[in-house]
Write a protein of this length. Structure first.
Ligand SMILES: [Zn+2]
Length: 334
């Protein structure tokens, strides 16, 4: 049950303040929903809030980390904490039965009990109804935290009994700073921060050779566009298609390509703007000078069409050949 308070301060400052205020005012609710995209810090915040509620001696609304409760929590054996996880696709009613049984026991440990429902959107109707009965008769010493990435998947009767805590996606700048602090170059960090707001996923991508190779391949294609269509088709056949064999790889590659053209458009408007590919700044500025807004916007359009065709499972070789022709059409960056 560990958490990184400094990280929470930068990723979710508002939620952190909100929960600390709840604690400070002594108005601790019976049930909370922590709603946020994967990687937005819902799990981490839950660990912080749980520790705060259990702590015997918090300092400035922060758990002390030294009391008996804090120690038990960090070693993973706090008797008043109960967690429910999905088993396969769903949170099954058996898991809820076990939970309710645990909660009904008269305390081995005095004080508040907390239960956590992870991936709460996976509760099936039976599980949700069973838990609802319990939520309808709130016990002053029990607090529930439902963690979900989709509040609409929870039944309305559960939603209405919980306080809703909404987590915003982690800002791009924070993803970048986080990666740079972990030794990732600014260039790679900028590109990754465009793709994901999930810090864990971002870190994984930054260590993934396949991602670095994908990025390189996309840039090679962009550079070939300044030459001629034959050059681009060559890159498509020799590099692009062999690298992006799966549909999701191709999807990411087309996004990366879209970001490249967007960089060029952005630079045309403001040469000092933050780029997805800062290492390409000099090259982009040359292309920006030679390309009109009309051409760039029709290129963006062509990539969006290719993305759509990918979704409708068009033959990928054909899709890329068509895209190369469309990107070249009327372009002035020769
Ligand atoms: Zn403590």
């Amino acid at each position: 049950m560990n958490y990184n308070l400094e990280l929470l301060k930068s990723t979710q400052p508002n939620v952190l303040k909100q929960l600390q205020a709840v604690y400070k005012n002594g108005k601790i609710g019976h049930a909370y929903i922590f709603e946020g995209a994967n990687g937005s810090g819902t799990e981490e915040m839950m660990r912080f809030f749980t520790a705060l509620l259990f702590c015997e001696n918090p300092q400035d609304n922060v758990p002390c980390e030294t009391c008996r409760s804090c120690q038990r929590l960090s070693s993973g054996n706090h008797l008043n904490l109960h967690e429910v996880f999905p088993d396969g696709q769903f949170i099954k009613v058996d898991a809820i039965d076990v939970l309710l049984h645990e909660l009904s026991k008269t305390g081995l440990e005095a004080g508040r009990k907390i239960y956590i429902v992870h991936e709460a959107e996976r509760m099936n109707v039976k599980s949700a109804n069973k838990l609802l009965k319990y939520l309808e008769e709130p016990d002053g010493h029990v607090t529930a935290i439902f963690i979900t990435n989709n509040i609409n998947a929870l039944i309305p009767t559960i939603r209405s009994r919980c306080q809703h805590i909404k987590f915003q996606p982690v800002a791009k700048k924070i993803v970048m700073t986080y990666l740079e602090q972990h030794g990732v170059t600014k260039s790679i960090a900028s590109t990754i921060s465009m793709i994901t707001a999930d810090l864990k996923e971002a870190e994984k991508l930054s260590q993934d050779d396949a991602f670095a190779h994908a990025r390189k391949t996309v840039l090679k294609l962009v550079e070939s566009l300044s030459k001629n269509v034959h050059e681009s088709l060559l890159v498509v056949h020799e590099d692009w298609l062999p690298t992006f064999k799966e549909k999701d790889q191709m999807e990411l590659a087309l996004d990366l390509l879209l970001f490249a053209i967007r960089d060029i458009v952005a630079m045309k408007a403001n040469p000092e703007i933050e780029l997805t590919y800062p290492d390409m700044k000099q090259y982009w500025s040359g292309v920006a000078l030679r390309s009109s807004y009309d051409v760039l916007s029709s290129q963006l359009q062509a990539i969006l069409v290719a993305r759509k065709n990918l979704q409708s499972n068009m033959n990928r070789t054909l899709l890329m050949e068509q895209l190369m022709l469309n990107l070249q059409e009327g372009k002035s960056f020769v």
